[in-house]
Design a protein around this ligand. Structure first.
Ligand code: TYD
Length: 396
């Protein structure tokens, strides 16, 4: 049984930055969040059709971010050393390969990719990695097995939580994994989201926010075993989940440690989510009243980073151009466009992050350290950042 605990109102496609002529036809859906009593899985109540989000217009380019490039290089190195120490022939598959940020670290001769966004699939095909321009499911995994044999590593980052049907997803993995193969995937951590009050992890693409508790149950019922968990700092707190076929690996202590931490936080109880919902409501009131009083003082407020996360915040809190003048973002594809739903203009930092700015709302709070290091001049001249994570506060 699924129980609703949070209503974030009408929301648009979070990563679809628009031109003015697209305003009238913009799609909205009800962003409500539910807890499944049986599996303990947290999901959106209403899923958005994947084709609306992941298509040839998808603008999220992983490789434009230097920290993420480094993250994936190190991940690829660590996985190779751990699971293929003697450098044997090793079949690698990535689900949701984006612009090749991870697979570029592997040999194209035995590495293949699955990527439904046509623009990115073309890119990695051109790089020499056979890329299937399709959504991941059991039909595709059968086709891949026929064409390439079983896989020794199946990897996915910020992708499995996008997929609506998890039973089908995990079955497809189980059928394609070699006997000693490993399935590694990383996605935002529910525990970190709940601890931090970062409700902006909830948007159309994130059909589920995973706890280790829920994954343990879902994997088990599809013939897979959770063997290890790494707690990561990326994307504001993610878990990297390692999975093998049943009884092939010794289960690491990190699995029981994570299960215990989640239990003591109460992730297996509905009441915990009700408390979270109250906190989210308070965060909204605090953010809006802070921005309004800063505006009354005559401060110029902008937003730093045109993120999907800030789409949730701005639409839920009703923050538009009257409070935030514009958003600055380094991504060229987003510049000159408008934020989803609230239609705040996006400009390049060169154009918009100048001496006239008093306050910058940190849309990209997950890159706080990188940004603070980069923007010392801004804070030294009295500029202040404002964030809602873990609670609404200003800092410099
Ligand atoms: P991201 O963390 O991917 O957020 P989401 O998954 O919620 O969309 O996006 C970070 C955005 O912030 C991306 O568009 C690039 C931008 N950005 C800047 O404009 N300047 C910076 O210094 C950094 C680190 C990011």
């Amino acid at each position: 049984m699924k129980q609703e605990f949070l209503d974030l109102g009408k929301q648009p496609i979070a990563n679809r930055f628009l031109t003015k002529d697209e305003f009238d036809d913009e799609f909205f859906f009800d962003l409500k969040v539910v807890f499944d009593k049986e599996t303990k899985l947290v999901s959106l109540k209403e899923f958005v059709a994947p084709e609306m989000m992941f298509n040839e217009n998808y603008t999220y380019h992983s490789s434009t971010s230097y920290p993420m490039k480094e993250h994936f290089r190190k991940t690829a190195e660590m996985i190779s050393i751990t699971y293929n120490p003697f450098n044997n022939p090793f079949n690698v598959l990535e689900i949701g390969s984006n612009d090749g940020i991870f697979i570029r670290n592997f040999n194209p001769d035995n590495t293949i990719a699955v990527e439904p966004c046509g623009n990115f699939a073309k890119m990695t095909n051109d790089m020499g990695y056979k890329t299937y321009d399709k959504f991941w499911n059991t039909d595709l995994s059968k086709l891949i097995k026929q064409n390439h044999g079983k896989m020794d590593l199946i990897y996915a980052a910020n992708c499995i939580c996008h997929i609506h049907n998890l039973d089908d997803t995990f079955k497809a993995v189980r059928d394609l994994l070699s006997n000693d193969g490993v399935f590694v995937f990383e996605d935002p951590s529910l525990l970190r989201m709940m601890e931090r009050g970062s409700y902006d992890q909830l948007y159309d693409e994130h059909a589920h926010i995973f706890s280790v508790t829920a994954l343990d149950r879902l994997l088990e019922r599809n013939g897979l075993t959770l063997i290890k968990v790494d707690n990561l700092l990326v994307h504001g707190g993610s878990n990297r989940i390692y999975v093998g076929l049943k009884d092939r690996y010794v289960v690491d202590n990190s699995v029981s440690n994570n299960l215990m931490n989640e239990k003591s936080f109460g992730l297996d109880r509905f009441e915990t989510y009700q408390v979270f919902a109250e906190r989210v409501n308070k965060s909204k009131n605090d953010l809006v009243s802070t921005l309004k009083s800063l505006k009354l003082e005559g401060k110029k407020i902008i937003s730093y980073g045109a993120t999907s996360k800030s789409t949730t915040v701005f639409n839920y809190c009703g923050i538009d151009n009257s409070l935030i003048d514009y958003i600055t973002d380094t991504t060229e594809d987003k510049q000159g466009k408008y934020s989803p739903g609230t239609h705040i203009p996006v400009v390049s930092p060169d154009e918009g992050f100048d001496e006239s700015v008093d306050i910058a709302y940190l849309g990209a709070w997950n890159f706080k350290d990188v940004i603070m290091n980069k923007e010392i001049e801004f804070t030294q001249r009295g500029g202040k950042f404002i964030t809602h994570v873990p609670q609404v506060m200003m800092f410099s």
